[in-house]
Design a protein around this ligand. Structure first.
Ligand SMILES: Nc1ncnc2c1ncn2[C@@H]1O[C@H](COP(=O)(O)OP(=O)(O)O)[C@@H](O)[C@H]1O
Ligand SMILES: C[C@@](O)(CCOP(=O)(O)O)CC(=O)O
Ligand SMILES: [Mg+2]
Length: 396
């Protein structure tokens, strides 16, 4: 009996930026940890689905959206290019010419006004699919636990899970096909996934630093500067409350806004980015410092809180805070807790450090207070596995 791959699923975590967002785009150090919320991208061979043969279909299950194109239509759109190589092992950028071909097919679909931003995610998936797998029919099914556009890295998780699934489906990762188990990837294979994911993230973000796709691919805790990654051993027990202000925003526009401010005030903004760099470096030292007892933990937490407060002030200088973020900061400070925005800001999520010795009653009170103002709070596991893939086979 022959086992044929019927479907491959990739899953990748969201992330928390502990410090250094935005400044990392301009070459400063940032620290990020993976989050226990995932995006899954499943690729089904079209013969094993109800989809008509000869189509590429993308289903966004959380939004109940479904887009489909005849493969011949996609090929026709790409015919204007003088060359287009399909090679999973040769990572390439989405050139303006390729983007034009993708825009032509994406524009044929109707995106409701309320979720128009999703077109960027669909474009990134199409670019990755056509570059890695080529003009072949399949169904791509996306499902995510990560709230979109809230600073928790849904865009990177989509690109990492998508690249992982597509590379595994293409056979380029040369994995043992173990049916039904989540497989972690070796570092060299993670690196290929990460490079493709970065190219996808560029379509969604414009000018990403690469920290989000890197932490989503490799997992755990990372220090990141100018494309260079250092794995940080996660010895310090960090507990964060995440508050979603539910104010929608778009990373691409916020990143562009900071760059424009840096062009208007190059010296002043350079000083801001340099200060953030020092904060991230100090935070990395604290997280890695040995601690012996509750007193040393409290001291380290005190320093982390001060650094978070300083980082938040500098994010305000960059123009990426928001009145809803400020409302969360004021509320948590009433409980003597320290918070900062995470991700691109402009709304989205806020992190609050929960010291080890803080009583559960205080946590319940601050959550109740924030939720009474319409915010959404949750505690999430920090620092788990990065990208993983899972095969399902059919026998014939
Ligand atoms: N599950 C998903 N399905 C479709 N598009 C997605 C999905 N997750 C992320 N995206 C894309 O990423 C965008 C949100 O990314 P971004 O603004 O960077 O915020 P964040 O990465 O913090 O969630 C969405 O507008 C969409 O284009
Ligand atoms: C603002 C930035 O530092 C992080 C953006 O994260 P998110 O898309 O808001 O989850 C941009 C980047 O590093 O690419
Ligand atoms: Mg993003």
């Amino acid at each position: 009996m022959v086992h044929k791959i019927a479907e491959v699923t990739g899953r990748a975590p969201g992330k928390l930026i502990l410090c250094g967002e935005h400044a990392v785009v301009h070459g400063s150090t940032a620290l990020a940890a993976s989050l226990g919320l995932y995006t899954q991208v499943r690729i089904q061979n079209s013969i094993s689905t109800a989809e008509p043969d000869g189509h590429l279909t993308i289903q966004l299950t959380d939004m109940n959206m479904h887009f489909t194109w005849p493969i011949k239509r996609i090929e026709a759109a790409f015919q204007s290019l003088s060359t287009f190589d399909v090679d999973p092992l040769s990572v390439k950028s989405c050139s303006p010419d390729i983007m034009q071909c993708i825009a032509a097919i994406v524009d044929e679909q109707e995106f409701p006004e309320a979720i128009i931003g999703v077109a960027a995610g669909v474009s990134a998936l199409l670019f990755l699919y056509i570059s890695i797998i080529g003009f072949k029919p399949a169904t791509v099914i996306v499902a995510s636990d990560i709230p979109l556009g809230s600073g928790l890295g849904s865009s990177a998780a989509l690109c990492v899970a998508g690249s992982g699934a597509m590379l595994a489906f293409s056979g380029a990762l040369d994995l043992d096909v173990l049916q039904g188990d989540w497989l972690s990837l070796k570092e060299k294979k993670q690196e290929i996934v990460n490079k493709w994911a970065y190219e996808g993230e560029k379509i969604i973000h414009g000018k990403p630093s690469g920290i989000d796709n890197t932490v989503s691919t490799f997992g755990n805790l990372v220090k990141f500067k100018s494309g260079h990654l250092v794995h940080i051993p996660n010895v310090f027990p960090i507990k964060m409350l995440i508050t979603n202000t539910k104010v929608g925003r778009n990373t691409k526009a916020l990143v562009a806004g900071v760059s424009e401010r840096a062009l208007r005030h190059p010296q002043s903004m350079m000083a801001v980015f340099t200060a953030v760099n020092a904060i991230s470096e100090e935070m990395a030292e604290i997280i890695q410092a040995p601690f012996s007892d509750d007193i040393s933990i409290s001291e380290q937490e005190g320093k982390m809180e001060e650094l978070m407060e300083m980082n938040q002030g500098l994010l305000q200088c960059m123009g990426v805070s928001h009145s809803a973020i400020e409302a969360v900061l004021q509320t948590t400070s009433r409980y003597k807790l320290c918070s900062k925005l995470t991700g691109a800001g402009g709304g989205g999520c806020v992190l609050t450090l929960l010291p080890k010795l803080l009583s559960g009653k205080v946590v319940d009170k601050v959550k109740a207070d924030l939720e009474s103002q319409g915010f959404q709070c949750f505690l999430a596991t920090i620092g788990g596995e990065g990208v993983q893939v899972c095969f399902q086979c059919s026998s014939s």
